[in-house]
Design a binder for this molecule. Sequence first.
Ligand code: GLC
Length: 453
Amino acid sequence: MMKKLILAAGVLAALASCGNRPSSAPTETPEAKAARMEWFSRAKLGIFIHWGIYSRGDWSESWSFHNGVVSMEDYFAQEADFTAANYDPAAWVQLIRESGAKYTVITSKHHDGFALWDTKAGDVSAVKSSAAARDVLTPFVQEVRRQGGLKLGLYYSLIDWPREDYPNVFRAGPARYDIDKEPERWQHFLSFNSAQLRELSEAYNPDLYWFDGDWEFSSEQWDAPGIVRMLREYNPQVVINSRIAGNGDYDTPELGVPVVRPQSPWWETCMTINDSWGFRKKDTDYKSPDTVLRMLVDCMSLGGNLLLDIGPRADGTIPQEQIDMLRELGRWTSKHAEAVYPSRAGIPAGHVQAYTTLNQAGDILYLYFPYAPNESIEIKGLKSRIKKVRVVGTDEQLPWKLYNDIDWSAAPGVCYISVPSRVLDPRMTVLAVEMESPVTLYEGAGQVISFNE
Ligand code: GLC
């Protein structure tokens, strides 16, 4: 049952201090930021988890009542079905690790305010009043820490539509109140958010905060710099996504792989596994492993990460299609590990009909083929000399041939690598093109013969 908010005045006064501080720019050198972001830039794949009372599967997370698809009462009646009866956090974490992901982000609280941990920040909708009647976040975090190999991210919605001190509730219709006219009521809400974030930092010390919902207010109104500063007091190394009104560390494009490289050197595309964030009974429109792999490699080739979402059911079971997807990703990422984690953005499109990345030293060009080449693949404009071509994840080396490597032309010869069908991966073949020196490219429009004698 959803309860109305009542916070004792004393608690509020104690909490208010963190919401009201003046903002100031963080003093961090670019080198220090690069060091802090290092694990993120090497992670490539993360697994997002949307889990809450909406996981019964009838209506979408939070948006369903906000958009008037279901009444707030019916929406919160789902607490009675959030049983977590078959929840196995060890198996969840094991599966996520098996996919090859290096981080995971779980919804600690979505826009509906339902908290997965036993929050003491106010009399609000939280897991203890659901059928599960127990904190389900702590065992997940404990497993992440116990099994190792994964960074922990917590999704936290700044928006909390059901609360009496939050101005907006329904998309259509008037707001509850105007924050300029009732600044104390708004401060009350900000203090509540701060109190929850303090709880999360104290209990779990996450490596990453994944904010959402910043679009409803400005940075100043949220006191976003104050929130970031507070989180950094708990963990100076914490990584924060962009949805905190411009105060985060990396860009977070949603549901579409960018066509050009995003401006930030650090970014991540978040992506649903079917068409929904949370589990939906009717949503069987699963992406294929080929599709998801292409999205992953596309992100990698542009220097970013893929944060792939799963939606467990309210009883804690993960749908088989989602399990299968993570396992298939795991098969591919473990076979091609050398071309995944240490890689960085590749070369511009146009040189080769494939996704590309480079190793850190820049002297290995990785080529990822979502299609089977008919006979050979072509690379043009490659000025550096090739030393060796390997099929990643196998012992195979491949022959290559350079055509028209002419001394009077600035355009280097065109390289053809023979790719026999026996070396192809069932989903995406990866070649490592090893160079004698870091890759340099010819980007010109070609040349006609000329002699200056
Ligand atoms: C959107 C939606 C939300 C979802 C999130 C994940 O901002 O509000 O429902 O959780 O994206 O990226």
